[in-house]
Ligand binder design. Structure first.
Ligand SMILES: [Zn+2]
Length: 385
């Protein structure tokens, strides 16, 4: 699809009621009500804290695609993109009709509503649902498994969000979007099944490269059968992990939301129009692997004591839910050799001493919006978001 068309469709169909990072069940409830007038919305079970978990089903075609978002409660970007794409798919755009004639799409928009409400990765029992695919100790894991078995999808989309610490490869490129076609055995064999997932990822990557060159990564594919993607892949369903990541200054993840929307759309359009044999998987192998090489903010060329060595002060934002908003609190993560890591924002201390606002030595773990550099107060707060 033409890039201009994709951008236009996003702007036209973006769900304006969802924005920012904190998205929970009460936010999507009115949207589900509205959707129920146009397609099938079902309650498929309840979370630990008795919240409804829904599926949305649309289309009538033979190719079945199952998607789930917010398995990790604090990873809300893909949920925003899900409602954007639903608005598009239920409109009278030509592309939507073509997809829904060929595909049946089932979406769990929020698998972990308790985690979403608390803004945590884990569910209400403090379990990471993406490590519970075999033991199935949690109701949310059982629901997803039951959904998979009943629907028998040809493709699975496992929708997540990643932290700001990842680079796409080891150069100075933030991993704005990452993917994975998970392994299905210890040897990470590139099976036909994985090739199909890789082929679809290659198509999405080609589109993203036009806009965010070198900012797409793949996760390492070491096999972990406790992860949902690996489990579904072992059952020979091509499964794609999506990770909405960081774009410069996009802490609200509104920019990357558009890239996820586009990726969903180009992949659905591709699956609708092609047999997806896996033959065209090779470009996937050229996508660089995600590396943990970024931090939010680094004060370079700094000292933490008058006669101390020159070093970098590495700062990472702590996402805290305060009231009804996610707040980003700067925390001193560590002191490192100079230029050991990349940063989304940099401050040059020009060999000056950095201290707390009370002119005390700063320590690892220190949290404050301000520090003192020589006699000036320097703000560590997000500059834009
Ligand atoms: Zn996740």
């Amino acid at each position: 699809m033409e890039l201009e068309t994709l951008k236009l469709l996003f702007n036209k169909h973006k769900e304006v009621l969802l924005f920012n990072r904190y998205i929970h069940a009460e936010d999507i409830a009115p949207l589900l009500q509205k959707l129920a007038l146009k397609c099938k919305v079902s309650v498929i079970g309840k979370s630990v804290l008795d919240k409804n978990i829904h599926t949305i089903t649309l289309g009538s075609g033979p190719k079945k695609i199952l998607m789930w978002s917010q398995m990790h409660g604090n990873e809300s970007t893909t949920t925003k993109a899900i409602f954007d794409i639903l608005n598009l798919l239920l409109s009278d755009e030509e592309v939507s009709e073509a997809i829904l004639k060929t595909c049946t799409i089932q979406i769990i928009p929020m698998l972990n509503p308790d985690g979403a409400k608390a803004y945590t990765r884990v569910n209400a029992n403090q379990v990471d649902l993406n490590r519970d695919a075999q033991d199935l100790t949690q109701p949310e894991s059982v629901i997803l498994k039951a959904c998979f078995e009943a629907f028998k999808p040809h493709f699975c989309y496992n929708l997540h969000g990643q932290r700001t610490i990842f680079g796409a490869g080891d150069a100075n490129n933030s991993a704005t979007v990452s993917f994975l076609a998970p392994a299905q055995d210890e040897a990470c064999t590139i099976t036909n099944n994985r090739k199909r997932a890789m082929e679809v990822i290659a198509v999405m990557n080609a589109n993203l490269q036009l806009q965010i060159p070198n900012q797409v990564g793949v996760y390492d594919d070491s096999f972990n059968i406790n992860c949902v993607g690996d489990t579904f892949q072992t059952q020979n369903t091509p499964t794609i992990l999506f990770e909405a990541g960081h774009y410069k200054d996009d802490y609200t993840r509104e920019k990357v939301r558009a890239y996820i929307f586009q990726s969903l759309l180009v992949s659905l359009d591709y699956i609708a129009k092609n047999a997806v044999s896996g033959e065209a998987y090779l470009p996937y192998l050229d996508i660089p692997e995600n590396q943990k090489c970024f931090y939010d903010l680094i004060i370079r060329n700094a000292r933490v004591a008058q006669d101390g060595d020159l070093l970098d002060i590495v700062i990472q934002y702590q996402e805290r839910l305060i009231g009804d908003a996610v707040v980003f609190i700067p925390k001193i993560e560590k002191f490192t050799r100079r230029n050991e890591f990349f940063a989304h924002r940099e401050i040059d201390a020009k060999e000056g001493v950095v201290e707390t606002v009370k002119k005390e030595a700063i320590t690892i773990g220190y949290e404050n919006d301000l520090v003192k550099l020589r006699n000036d107060e320097i703000s560590l707060k997000l500059t834009k978001s």
